[in-house]
Write a new protein. Sequence first.
Length: 446
Amino acid sequence: MNSASSAIATPNDLEAYWMPFTANRSFKKNPRMVSRAEGMFYYTPDNKPVMDGTAGLWCCNAGHAREPIIQAIQAQARDLDYAPSFQYGHPKVFAAAARIAALAPGDLDHVFFAGSGSEAADSALKIALAYWNVSGKAAKTRLIGRERGYHGVGFGGISVGGMSNNRKFFGSLLTGVDHLAHTYDREKQAFSKGEPDYGAHFADDLERIVALHDASTIAAVIVEPMAGSTGALPPPKGYLKRLREICDKHGILLIFDEVITGFGRLGFAFAAERYGVVPDMITFAKGVTSGTVPMGGVIVRKHIYDAFMGGPDNVIELFHGYTYSGHPLAAAAALASLDIYREEGLFERARAMEGAWADAVMSLKDEPNVVDIRTLGLVGAVDLAPRAEGAGKRGYEFIERAFHEEGLMIRTAADTIAFSPPLIISESQVEELIGKLRRTIRAVAN
Ligand SMILES: Cc1ncc(COP(=O)(O)O)c(C=O)c1O
């Protein structure tokens, strides 16, 4: 084994790093390496531009190397590198919480910080359980997720999540979890722009689950307003409102996982605003710092926070938290990112571009092997027919070719190609992105 410093100086030594959610052996044979980024582009170590079709991992909403964010992080590292998050505070985390709560609708007024989307999801589930406990209804412990849902990789998140590969290797998971049916029906929804007309009734599946378990045992339902990681499934028209109504009817908390949909991706600060639905909690991460420093969190409604605030005031109200909850560098990066979003009107920009974006993405409809296309906000997804050899093969070829031949970064879920560019993308760059996608779809046709 090389010493640490010589290993870093040897870029072809790729063995030590076990890459997450990656085909390690294929990657290491033909790496997709980026070493610099600016605006809409990454750059390979030999300086070849790679268009960022995915805002990193759905997170760099303000684009890359934004000077105000860089300066905020640098200054924060100098002024206060770290402060304990338990029993001590620092000013920027309070400021960040207030700014985030102000963006959320209704009385979603209080923010609990975590270090990632997975921690945010697990925090929300724990807060739901503890809420019913402190409210004298400790029998309400069941957690309801949804098929094809993704809520990160903690044990809570994979338990309520509905992506089979993320679950099947990891034992029996949490007990007392059930799942709503997913909302996708290709036959009835294919090639819908935005929310499909068909499918509000999928929300009624919650009635089936309530009939089975009884509402007295159910703590919360967690869904992504738009299922992202499974291949971008927009909610059917009216679906989220109906889910809210059924939760209200039965006294069940509703959690929106907005780790992807938060901070402008759907043209609003949160999808909750777009759909006129106020959930009891919103989880967020990614765009809050435009991907620059890890941060996640949960925004909770006033009645939830207030339920914990009884008892002697020297007693800790919630026995939960992380060393890096509200880390000073993350809080500084969040404030600078939120400033950029506001000053450049990036959420409104995404909203204004949505129609032209949807038309541009739909223009791929007649390309070979395209079996469905979905769009929402500045998100697009193209389902390609799988190769006869099996699911995921064509998708993997797509990632490789897009990167090496076209200089394009995209995401895949099996044979679904998903793209979600930074919200700063220009109209001509949308055309450029679509051209790269079109050529790559043709290149993987045979
Ligand atoms: C909806 C949703 N929840 C949670 C997560 C997990 O976030 P992280 O990877 O930061 O743990 C993701 C990540 O893509 C996500 O899309």
